[in-house]
Unconditional design. Structure first.
Length: 468
């Protein structure tokens, strides 16, 4: 295993830690109140242990982050970088005696260039804030995780997150052109470029995207932007079986259509959203497929995809008439995860991704797993990517049901690998899936990843206990 090359620090070291941190940070940036620190201990994942931090720091400048990392290296103290803690894998969970390095105060948009079609931002910028800011310049930042109103760009980069639009526009990694990264020893590394093209040397930028803060601390990012597309229109198609809905997905993609989103909600998810928000979604359906186009003539594209859905067995196809109706349908999809959480109070949210051609097999297998473990498992999915979110609903106060939930979660991941997929399409590995990472990438893959970690973080102080 990769482990931190440090042991629990004695009290004298921890007292020295806070004093030394304060020499390079404003007083309000160093938090030692136990109650406040508790709120920084973990992200939104279930079944992921979290430790007790020694201190929480909230820097505002690159130099302050460098000071934190130099101090941590000198005192051999682990550091856990954090964004908004909206993650779902435990990747931002604190370790005992660590410095929690929250980047949320570094929230400036430094530059928006319509000519170069880039934005330069600090890691604490909220995704939705950036999206709205670039829109004023006629530009578009596509990655849009469901938590886009609160998640940060730094967190998106750390987990290589996706969103609803990935089927057409791709994931976060495809929009990160360059990074400024503070390394474990406090040195500042600049990677990548701000040009449209560039192939100089190894692609270290891509290496940091998805590394979950285990190789360095991202303090600035150069992001690619696209021209703002026309307003999208959405179509809703009802199906009497999940298999028919998955068949429609395959037909749409094989037919060369390029929707701006293609999302699936199963019966359990539709009913949960209705229970939470009273949106009047069709509860008689076994699967609801949402397709959208942001082309110059979206109505024609929706009509073509509607015909494909009908040929695949859709019982009803309803195209939205305008942007307001389209947004209502998208809001229903964005409410899926909160709605499923309300079913039992606690959820384990998976993000297994399989080839689109195997999507129906995965969903059928998930249904069998739910029956086997006597659990409610709702599925919403970025169906156009094959990226599913099986959501296990359970009562965390019931130990026996909690155990069944954990076992069902693991069985879903095993099924995803069996079908040629991956254990995580966009949420990351963190604590929750690190034993599964080794199964997916194999012993040679693990050896190479450990070697990379050793180069960037020889003391093992950056986000210890995560990934592997």
């Amino acid at each position: 295993m990769i482990v931190s090359r440090i042991e629990a620090a004695p009290d004298a070291v921890m007292a020295d830690l806070t004093d030394r941190l304060r020499t390079g940070l404003p007083a309000e940036a160093v938090v030692t109140d136990p109650d406040v620190m508790t709120s920084y201990a973990n992200d939104m994942a279930s079944f992921c242990p979290a430790g007790t931090p020694a201190v929480v720091v909230l820097p505002r400048t690159v130099e302050q982050v460098q000071h934190v990392m130099r101090t941590a290296t000198e005192l051999r103290v682990p550091v856990v970088p954090q964004g908004a803690r909206t993650g779902l894998s435990g990747g931002a969970n604190a370790a005992d005696g660590c410095i929690v390095l929250s980047l949320t105060k570094m929230d400036r948009i430094l530059e928006i260039s319509p000519v170069d079609r880039i934005a330069v931002v600090e890691p604490g910028v909220v995704n939705a804030t950036l999206s709205r800011a670039v829109e004023e310049h006629g530009l578009y930042y596509p990655p849009d995780p469901s938590s886009w109103e609160s998640c940060t760009i730094g967190g998106n980069i750390g987990t290589a997150s996706g969103g609803l639009c990935c089927v057409k526009y791709g994931v976060t990694a495809e929009y990160v052109l360059g990074l400024d990264v503070v390394l474990a020893d406090g040195r500042l590394l600049s990677t990548g470029r701000r040009t449209a093209k560039g192939v100089a040397g190894y692609d270290l930028t891509r290496l940091f995207v998805g590394s979950e803060g285990s190789l360095g601390v991202v303090v600035r990012a150069v992001l690619a932007l696209k021209p703002k597309p026309p307003r999208q229109l959405v179509l809703a198609a009802e199906f009497s079986s999940v298999a028919a809905a998955c068949d429609a997905v395959c037909r749409i993609m094989a037919g060369g259509h390029l929707p701006s989103l293609l999302e699936l909600m199963d019966r359990t998810t539709v009913r949960a959203v209705n229970d939470l928000a009273h949106m009047g979604l069709p509860e008689s359906t076994e699967a609801l497929l949402l397709a959208a186009f942001d082309t110059p003539d979206p109505a024609a594209d929706l009509a073509a995809v509607g015909a494909v859905c009908e040929a695949a067995g859709a019982t009803e196809v309803v195209p939205a008439d305008d942007a307001a109706e389209s947004e209502l349908l998208l809001q229903a999809r964005r409410l899926s995860l909160p709605a499923l959480e309300a079913v039992k109070g606690t959820t384990m949210i998976d993000d297994v991704c399989v080839p689109r051609s195997r999507l129906a097999e995965l969903l059928a297998g998930i249904e069998r797993i739910g029956e086997k473990y006597r659990l409610t498992i709702g599925v919403c999915a970025h169906a156009g990517d094959g990226n599913t979110h099986p959501t296990v609903c359970f009562d965390a106060q019931d130990p026996e049901e909690s155990q069944r939930a954990r076992e069902s979660f693991d069985e879903i991941m095993a099924l995803g690998l069996e079908l040629g997929g991956t254990i995580t399409g966009e949420h990351g590995v963190g604590v929750l899936k690190k034993e599964w990472l080794a199964r997916e990438i194999g012993p040679v893959g693990v050896e190479m990843q450990r070697a990379v970690k050793q180069v960037f973080d020889p003391l093992g102080i950056l986000n210890p206990g995560k990934l592997f």
